[in-house]
Design a protein around this ligand. Structure first.
Ligand code: APR
Length: 245
């Protein structure tokens, strides 16, 4: 992994920014299902039944049950070495580092990441379906729960298919706009607009690295592809990078 770290270090320079995008793959070794691997969540549930505004309007209790089950499971798992390695990388790079995650679990938060953008929302928050106020929420959300501000109904603070992800107006374009290096970790790259971030960085000459169980794109997209489990490859890469920084 020394050779890979040297390539990243060379691209980063002494002041370059490093932006990371993570997906469900980084939480897989913690025991959280990915979506599109065999046996994943979308093998078990239909997206149109549990992850769209229309599904929530048609059958709110089924949607609440789906997220209540995922929220309860989150309390039984822990961050893995991949999450912790990204927490260490943030310590090393400070404000040169931004972590954008598609994941709604809190494993990056628990692993110490603070420069963290949850672009698809968070399981441990609920949001008023009327006024939009989001609050910390660690237990089941029931159909009777009401917003303290306006008495509206409380929904999961999750970006459903067809809804706009968070931070697209400013924070994400700012982070991707001048990144010297971009890591895409544990994501299939199937979902828009998260899957456009790598091309935003590449278009400005950034060095793009994929760290994933398997390659998701051809050689034209990533400058470097590291195959394997993120919980194993990421700590090795970041330890070698730390020795160079
Ligand atoms: N280490 C690294 N990568 C892994 C690991 C692992 N231990 N296990 C699985 N992977 C890879 C898989 O090979 C796959 O490419 O992680 C990727 C997971 O892809 P998806 O299941 O599609 O998850 P993700 O890319 O995060 O999905 C994006 O889709 O359903 C929506 O909102 C949901 O945020 C999610 C979005």
């Amino acid at each position: 992994m020394k050779n890979e770290a040297e390539k990243v270090f060379e691209a980063l320079g002494d002041s370059g920014r490093l932006t990371v995008l993570t997906g469900a793959g980084i939480s897989a070794e913690s025991g959280i299902s990915t979506f599109r691997d065999s046996g994943g969540l979308w093998d078990q549930y239909e997206i149109d039944d549990v992850a769209t505004p229309e599904a929530y309007a048609a059958n709110p209790s089924l949607v609440q049950d789906f997220y209540n089950m995922r929220r309860a499971h989150l309390g039984t798992v822990q961050p893995n070495a991949g999450h912790r390695a990204l927490g260490r990388l943030e310590e090393l790079l400070g404000d040169r580092f931004t972590l954008i995650t598609q994941n709604v679990d809190d494993l990056h938060d628990r692993a110490g990441s603070r420069r963290l953008l949850h672009m698809h929302g968070e399981l441990y928050k609920a949001r008023c379906a009327d006024c939009g106020v989001a609050v910390e929420w660690r237990t089941d959300i029931s159909l009777d729960d009401r917003c303290e501000s306006c008495s509206g109904s409380m929904r999961p603070h999750i970006v459903w298919f067809g809804e706009l992800p968070f931070y697209l107006e400013r924070e994400i374009p700012e982070a991707c706009g001048d990144s010297a290096v971009f890591f895409s970790i544990g994501t299939s790259g199937m979902v828009y607009p998260a899957n456009t971030l790598v091309s935003q960085v590449k278009a400005r000459g950034g060095f793009c690295v994929e760290i994933n169980l398997e390659k998701t794109a051809g050689p034209g997209v990533f400058d470097l592809q590291i195959e394997g489990k993120a919980g194993e490859t990421l700590p090795l890469l970041i330890a070698e990078l730390e020795a160079l920084l």
